[in-house]
Each structure stands twice: as C-alpha cells, then as structure tokens.
Design a protein. Structure first.
Ligand code: PMT
Length: 397
C-alpha cells in the first residue's frame, strides 16, 4: 500500500511559470492513491488550465472564495485536509500567508487549516534572495510550516540560478515524509478501541454516549499505514481502513472480553473508546411500556477495562488511555495515567469547540508516564493520531 494512499491533500497552485510542473505533482499524488483537491489562484490560470487538474484529480478545481456551492469553502477544504501543499509558492502567496492577508481562496485555506503545510517556493533568483521573501519564510518555518527549498538551474526567460521549483518527485517524497508515512510500526500488533458502548435498558433502549468512533478509526488507519498489524474493537459502523481487522462489540462487557482476548498478543493498546461507566443492573425483557410509567433504572459500575489492562501489563507492552474531560484537564488526566498504570494518556477538553465527541477535529495534550508532554492544537483526528503514534514509537525507543 502506498504511504499516501487515502490521504486528503489540498494542492495549491499559485501564478508562476512552474505551475506547469504542479500538474506532474498532482498526477503523482493521485497515482499514489491520494485524494487531491486543487486550488488555483487567479494568476495560476495564466499558466495552466484548470481542466488539466480536474481531469487528473477527478474533482472540480477550486479557484475563488465565491464560486463554490459551499458558503465556506476555505474552512471546508482546510478542515478535511491531511496535508496542504503549495507548489509553486510565489513571493506574493508567501507574503500573504505570513501576514494573514487572506484575500483569495488559497491563502484563506492556508490560514484556516490545521493540517500540516508544505510550501515549495519558485521564483526568480533575485526575488528568492530578497530579504522580504526570506523573512516571510523564516516566519512560516517558525510556525511549523515545512519549506522545500527551490533548486538551482534554468529559469524562465533563459536565466539560471536558485529559484527553480523542486522536482515533482521530491515534492511528493516530502509530502509522504510530512505525513509521517514511514513504516516505523512494522512487526507490532496494535489493538485500538473505538466508539461509545451501549448498555441495554430493555430490548430497544440503551444508555449511550456521543462518541462517533472517528478518533479511534484514525488511530487504527495511521497505525496500519505505518506497518502495524491492527485489530480495531469497534462499536460503530464506519468504513474499515485498509489492512485493519475489526472485532465488533456493543457493551462494555463485550468490549472488555474482546480486548482481554487480544491483550496477550498486543504490543500497543490504545483505548480510544468511550466506555460507559455505569450500566443498568437489569435489562428488561422485551420493550418497557410507556403506559406502565417511567421506569426506575438502577445502575451499577462497569468494569474498568483500561485499569484491568494496566494491572496485567506485561513488559514491553505500551498502554495508551484517553481522558475526556470538561475541567481540570491536566490533573484529571495525570490521575488516570497513574491510577491505571498507563504509559501515556491523551487528554482532550471535550467542552472546547471542535474538540472530542463527533467532530472531525480534535485538540489534545499527550502526557507521558516518564514526565514529558506534547500538545496538539486543533487539527484533524488523523493528525492527532499521527502525533499519538509518534509518541508511542518514541517511548518504545
Ligand atoms: O469517537 P469520537 O467521536 O471521535 O470522539 C473521540 C473521543 C472523545 C471519544 C476520544 O477522544 C476520547 O476522549 N476517548 C475516551 C473517552 C472516555 O471514555 O474517557 P474517560 O476519561 O471516561 O475514560 C478514560 C479512559 O478509560 C479511556 O481510555 C476509556 O477508554 C477507558 N475506560 C473508561 C471506562 C471504563 N469502564 N473502561 C475503560 O477502559
């Protein structure tokens, strides 16, 4: 499987002669299995036609903040992206991106996205060397934007020097690298849980929660792409990521039984599922009748799956828990880390906008049992998964 397979990539094309080379970038990304959405600036149209890109990407090319069916194309494109590439990135686009002057769809998307961004500048040598361009790049680098420097060689108009767009193959390789697409989890069995458990009250009613399973599926997908054998214990029905084996569960008891069966062979266990803390003591046979009045439902605690795994953890096994909090994020998360004998806890403040249950995005702080911590600000759940698994690989040494 290609490391770019299934990734959503926004390819921004700015107005420079090197725009013709981004056609080749688009083709290579599509060949690698990526879903590519192309945004062209108005000036880019002077160099290459949108039909070329739409034919390659099988998607309409986006050009303006105003010509899309969606009222907010810049946030939609940015939110769904796993990576944004700008190739070529002109001096104007770099300046606008660095200063936040989001007058066109491409720059607005760059400002709106939380996905990693790879810019590939291309311009004449004099422009490339100008302090304004270099200062803007320094600002962008400091913000975590990846810059693939241009190459030296023949430029438009017969000139020669630094400023030529990096070769398309290098751009695609850099994209794969940025996406953390290495096979650094090969040989590991990773067990992930996803979704919320449902605890039956009667034959039709359940106690449930708002977990969609998206975060757990993202962890499973990224682990599989990084070479792990992945078993996903799931309560939801989402598309199964390539290379992932799914075991279905509905209740906390079923999830515990599935996870406990898998645990002895697991090198890494990631408990992303929102497991009910309480369940009805008794499940009524059939459907409770409304005419009989409101039932009194007596609850009892469910088994804490994660605490059980922590107590039985074997040497070499890495145990990752989540903490869904609405207050005292750090102290509650650290308490779970210690009490459940975890190697790391991924804490999300699920009261914050765009964070946690149901969203396509998340924001987390990862606390390690060794004392380190890493914060991931609002980003796609896939991006959070990449950071989480980076930490797993790092703690496993
Ligand atoms: O599914 P999504 O819509 O994408 O949303 C993602 C998420 C919000 C569900 C996810 O990011 C998250 O926070 N998952 C943990 C939810 C949760 O139940 O948190 P908790 O703080 O109540 O539990 C702490 C840890 O103990 C969790 O790893 C949980 O899986 C585990 N647990 C909890 C109770 C229990 N009986 N057994 C457990 O193993």
């Amino acid at each position: 499987m290609s490391t770019l397979s299934g990734r959503r990539i926004v390819l921004g094309v700015a107005g420079g002669i090197a725009a013709y080379k981004s056609v080749e970038v688009c083709r290579r990304l599509v060949d690698a299995g990526a879903h590519v959405s192309v945004i062209m600036t108005e000036d880019a149209h002077r160099f290459v036609g949108p039909v070329t890109f739409s034919a390659l990407s099988s998607e309409r090319v986006h050009t303006s903040l105003w010509d899309d069916d969606s009222a907010i194309p810049h946030t939609r494109l940015g939110q769904s992206a796993d990576l944004v590439i700008v190739a070529p990135a002109t001096a104007r686009v770099l300046s606008a991106y660095a200063t936040g002057y989001s007058a066109d769809l491409l720059v607005a998307t760059l400002i709106a996205t939380r996905a990693p961004v790879l810019v590939c500048p291309a311009m004449h040598t004099e422009m490339w060397e100008h302090p304004s361009v270099q200062d803007n790049l320094a600002v962008l680098r400091a913000r975590g934007v990846r810059v693939l420097d241009p190459e030296s060689g023949r430029l438009a108009g017969g000139d020669s020097g630094a400023g030529r767009l990096a070769d398309p193959a290098r751009i695609v390789a850099a994209a794969a690298e940025v996406l953390g697409a290495s096979r650094d989890m090969e040989g590991l069995h990773v067990v992930v849980t996803a979704g919320g458990t449902r605890e039956p009250i009667d034959a039709v009613r359940v106690i449930a929660n708002r977990s969609s399973g998206k975060q757990g599926y993202a962890v499973a997908a990224v682990a599989a792409e990084r070479g792990a054998r992945v078993t996903l214990v799931s309560t939801v029905d989402l598309p199964v990521p390539p290379g992932v084996t799914v075991v279905c569960a509905e209740t906390a008891a079923q999830m515990k039984s599935a996870v406990d069966t898998l645990a002895p062979s697991a090198d890494v266990i990631v408990m992303t599922a929102a497991v009910a803390d309480f369940r009805p003591v008794r499940t009524a046979d059939g459907k409770l009748k409304k005419r009989d009045g409101a039932p009194e439902i007596v609850l009892e605690p469910t088994p804490d799956i994660l605490a059980g795994l922590g107590a039985a953890k074997r040497p070499g096994q890495t145990l990752v828990g989540f903490a869904a909090e609405t207050d005292d994020l750090e102290s509650n998360a650290l308490d779970k880390l210690r009490r459940k004998n975890l190697d790391m806890v991924v804490a999300n403040d699920v009261s914050a906008p765009g964070v946690g249950f149901g969203h396509d995005t998340n924001a987390v702080t990862i606390y390690l049992s060794t004392g380190g911590q890493k914060s991931v600000s609002l980003a796609s759940k896939r991006s959070v998964a990449v950071h989480l698994l980076d930490s797993v690989v790092q703690v496993r040494g």
